[in-house]
Write a protein that binds this ligand. Structure first.
Ligand code: ADP
Length: 577
């Protein structure tokens, strides 16, 4: 099957449109995703900064308390006087309850806890040595200590702040330390619905508002570092496994198998980092929404384009159809005008022919009038003389008798000619009387049959065909037609047919003779093919004039085969009135 050119073009347009739409959709998808990713990262940075400020506020909230406590006389005494340690513990307990801290405790220079706010409780720090803790060693070195660890005694994580207890010479006699519980902060983060966690300098997550993340590592810890952490008991016996699919420096990570956007913000001087993560699903949803709206807009634009084009095509088609109709109308009008002009030309030609014929007939009438006038009297006189010479008592000479007979015959012929010419010289109005045309036709046939050897047959209607006609003259017409047919025929029969309809009567004379040599000329006066003395060429001219006087026509009809046919047509209504 062959593929047509328009089908090929349409397929090409569809392929190009599909490629274009795919490229556009991809660009929109990439742009929308990138835009919403940037927007989400920017928002994440803002939210992370907010959470960092809450964390920093929590960490700094009590950083002035250890230095203040290091000046406290009761605590300073407790370092040197064992009797006051009970009092010191009670004092620390009151401070704890007032501040909301988890614990405040006093260590001597060996790291042994000598007074503690939780003295007397099952998890009392009293009597415990924390010499291994960095915050103790930092304070004994004269610095302020800050440390996050899982409690060695309580096994609860906490943020430890420490300060040296100065002796009289300024040398630290011991260390005052407090433990802040930050887990409530993490619970607040979780309750906010946002996902925030904090890793320490080693990369271990020490605080998390997200389930299952605490004590995991944001990057794999080297074995040596892992061993050192175990040694310091900072995170008790936690395995500190790294988070799977988590790249701490990337902004796209996986949390519990879910793709998330990630921002990491540094927190203070501890080397901590606050991580804020947010699901990427929202970005995908928004980008899809944009893509959907763009696709809808593109399809709407395409539909609008197609509808507009279809509308334009329809309008153009309508205009072209209208133009075609106008052209067809103009053509029809032109054709009508041509027909009218042709008819007018035909009418003109007919009128001209009529005029010519009328003027010929008028000339013929004048000629005939003078001929009949000039010849009528002499011929009548000759006839009289010849009649007188034939009377008894006239000549008996045979030669003379024969001559007289020939002269009589010639005079008779001349009378016949004059009689015919008289028709043109003195045309008379027909005298009409109702006549059964069957009788007229029969009478004409009988007249011709009398002196003819050619058989004449006829077809006549059963009912009378009565018309007001000048019967003798119409009979003269039929006689003339029958005689011409007889003269042209040898032995083939001549047939006369009389037909009548509501509008007209037709009388047809058909012969099978030699036919017409010049069908157009036969009605012209003096046209004859007969030998001199046989015809004058006036018979058909006179017959046509008589039929015209009756409002009818006489015409020769083309025939198949040999012979000729003449038809007289008379209107039934014209002469009825
Ligand atoms: P005429 O008979 O005196 O010649 P017409 O006017 O009657 O004059 O006829 C004119 C001519 O028309 C005839 O001479 C003849 O040539 C031709 N014609 C008329 N009728 C017939 C016919 N039936 N068959 C052949 N020719 C005919």
């Amino acid at each position: 099957m062959s593929v047509t050119a328009p089908t090929k073009t349409r397929a090409t347009v569809l392929i190009v449109a599909a490629i274009f739409l795919t490229i556009m959709a991809s660009l929109i998808w990439i742009t929308a995703r990138s835009y919403y990713t940037d927007a989400a990262l920017s928002s994440a940075r803002q939210r992370g900064a907010f959470y960092r400020s809450t964390l920093v506020a929590a960490l700094e909230q009590f950083e002035h308390l250890p230095p203040v406590l290091s000046e406290d006389a009761v605590l300073t005494n407790a370092l040197t006087d064992a009797q006051t340690r009970q009092q010191a513990s009670e004092r620390l307990n009151r401070f704890t309850q007032t501040s909301g801290l988890e614990a405040i405790f006093l260590m001597d220079s060996t790291g042994m806890t000598i007074a503690a706010s939780n003295a007397g409780t099952p998890t009392s720090f009293l009597g415990q040595s924390y010499a291994f803790r960095p915050y103790f060693n930092d304070a004994m070195a004269g610095d302020t200590g800050a440390f996050f660890a899982i409690g060695a005694t309580t096994h609860q994580p906490g943020y430890f702040l420490s300060h040296p207890m100065p002796g009289l010479d300024g040398t630290p006699l011991g260390v005052i330390a407090l433990k802040r519980d930050l887990t409530q902060l993490a619970r607040d983060w979780a309750a906010s619905g946002e996902q925030v966690f904090v890793s320490n300098a080693a990369g271990v997550i020490v605080l998390s508002g997200v389930d299952n993340l605490t004590w995991r590592a944001v990057r794999p810890l080297p074995n040596a570092e892992l061993a050192a952490l175990r040694e310091s008991r900072q995170f008790a016996n936690q395995p500190l496994l790294p988070l799977p699919d988590f790249d701490a420096v990337s902004d796209q990570v996986y949390i519990n198998g879910t793709p998330m956007l990630h921002v990491a913000l540094p927190v203070g001087q501890l080397g901590w980092e606050l991580h804020y993560v947010t699901p990427q699903a929202a970005i995908v949803v928004r980008a899809r929404l944009v893509l959907g709206i763009a696709a809808f807009a593109m399809l709407a634009a395409l539909a609008l384009f197609l509808v507009t084009r279809q509308h334009r095509t329809r309008r153009a088609l309508g205009q072209s159809q209208q133009a075609r109709r106008s052209l067809a109308r103009a053509n029809a009008a032109l054709a009508e005008e041509i027909t009218e002009r042709r008819e007018a030309q035909l009418s003109l030609a007919a009128a001209q022919a009529d005029l010519e014929r009328s003027s010929r007939m008028a000339a013929l009438g004048q000629l005939s009038a003078s001929v009949t006038h000039e010849l009528g009297q002499p011929i009548a006189a000759m006839q009289t003389w010849l009649g007188a010479s034939a009377l008894p008592g006239g000549t008996t000479d045979p030669e003379t008798t024969a001559l007289l007979a020939r002269l009589t015959s010639l005079v008779a012929r001349m009378q016949g000619i004059v009689r015919q010419l008289r028709f043109f010289a003195h045309p008379q109005a027909p005298v009409l009387s109702p006549t059964d045309l069957r009788e007229t036709a029969t009478s004409a046939m009988e007249l011709v049959n009398a002196d003819s050897s050619v058989p004449i047959t006829c077809t006549l209607p059963d009912n009378p065909v009565t018309l007001p006609v000048d019967a003798p003259r119409l009979e003269q017409v039929l006689v003339n037609l029958l005689r011409n047919a007889r003269d042209a025929s040898t032995d083939q029969p001549i047939h006369l047919t009389l037909r009548s309809t509501a509008q007209q009567v037709e009388i047809t004379v058909r012969d099978r003779g030699h036919g017409l040599s010049s069908p157009d000329a036969v009605f012209e006066p003096f046209f004859t093919t007969k030998a001199s003395g046989q015809g004058m060429g006036l018979g058909l001219a006179i017959s046509a004039a008589i039929v015209r006087e009756h409002g009818g026509t006489l015409r020769s009809v083309p025939v198949d085969g040999p012979g000729a046919e003449f038809t007289v047509t008379l209107p039934t209504g014209t002469l009825d009135a």
